[in-house]
Design a protein around this ligand. Structure first.
Ligand SMILES: Nc1ncnc2c1ncn2[C@@H]1O[C@H](COP(=O)(O)OP(=O)(O)OP(=O)(O)O)[C@@H](O)[C@H]1O
Length: 263
């Protein structure tokens, strides 16, 4: 469905954020993108959603194809029109608007005749939003805001959902719930590209995974196989976290990757 070939991106003149990244996302699959802070995960999502320019970045090589057609030169609206929706990091809901208004905004890209069905599907997926339709979005809990951010994107009935760190800053129970929702969304036929620092959650959900290291693709493959591999166990799943052979810098990175880093 999505084919990324030899993708390189930079911000300004000096920051090279992605270098020669290639991988495929098969139809209706979940692909996890793992990597530590600054590895280029958000840059990859921005490249796909066409929003890199809004952040002062640009593609310098490679291309992105959706169903065999290049989308890397399209503007963000044209990419949304192709049913590719991004949920950016940090649950950016419209804080002063109600839950209902947020959902309505998400449905603007959907044909008017399909909006009611999309809304019903979102409320079935997130019953808690249905109980809070009149509430100001900014007053929802962190987990509820994340659900609203995903629900708003689902109002566009995406074929491909780009999720940037949906578990960030949430309590374990809420992370579990978000994981269930992602699986359910995928079960209904939407492909998901899931950027996560919570490697354990991502590898459990995903069919395939790629690992970015300082802008380059370090590993790619079947998620279950990667989860079982020694490298991924050691670097991303906490196996031998304190191993003597791990350099201090690497341990620092592992901790950040696992979300247990405290400065
Ligand atoms: N808007 C920007 N302007 C300049 N440099 C940027 C910008 N956004 C990201 N970068 C730089 O690009 C590189 C990749 O960053 P990116 O945000 O894609 O990484 P990430 O893997 O998503 O990290 P994190 O988990 O911290 O969000 C980093 O060196 C980062 O400092």
């Amino acid at each position: 469905m999505l084919a990324i070939s030899d993708l390189s991106a930079r911000y300004g003149r000096s920051v090279s954020a992605l270098r020669g990244v290639s991988f495929d996302l098969p139809d209706e699959s979940i692909v996890a993108v793992l990597g530590s802070n600054g590895a280029g995960k958000s840059t990859l999502l921005r490249a796909i959603s066409g929003t890199l320019g809004l952040h002062g970045g640009q593609l310098t090589s490679g291309h992105i194809e959706l169903d065999g057609q290049r989308i890397d030169r399209l503007d963000p609206a044209a990419i949304v029109h192709r049913k590719v929706m991004q949920v950016p990091e940090g649950r950016q809901v419209f804080g002063r608007m109600s839950v209902e208004e947020n959902l309505r905004a998400g449905g603007l890209a959907t044909e008017p005749g399909k909006r009611a069905a999309a809304r019903a599907a979102v409320l079935e997926l997130f019953p808690v939003l249905g109980q809070r339709l009149d509430q100001t979005a900014g007053l929802l809990s962190g987990g509820e805001q994340q659900m609203l951010a995903i629900g708003r994107a689902m109002m566009a009935e995406p074929r491909l959902l780009l999720l940037d760190e949906p578990s960030l800053g949430l309590a374990p129970q809420m992370i579990e719930r978000i994981g269930e929702v992602i699986a359910e969304i995928n079960g209904r036929g939407t492909a998901v590209l899931l950027v996560e620092q919570n490697a354990a959650m991502a590898l459990q959900l995903a069919h395939r995974a790629v690992v970015l290291e300082v802008g380059e693709l370090a590993l790619a493959g079947d998620a279950a196989e990667l989860a079982a591999s020694e490298d991924v166990q050691r670097l991303y799943l906490g196996g031998q976290l304190e191993a003597d052979d791990a350099a201090p810098q690497e341990r620092h990175r592992v901790r950040r990757t696992l979300g247990v880093w405290e400065a």
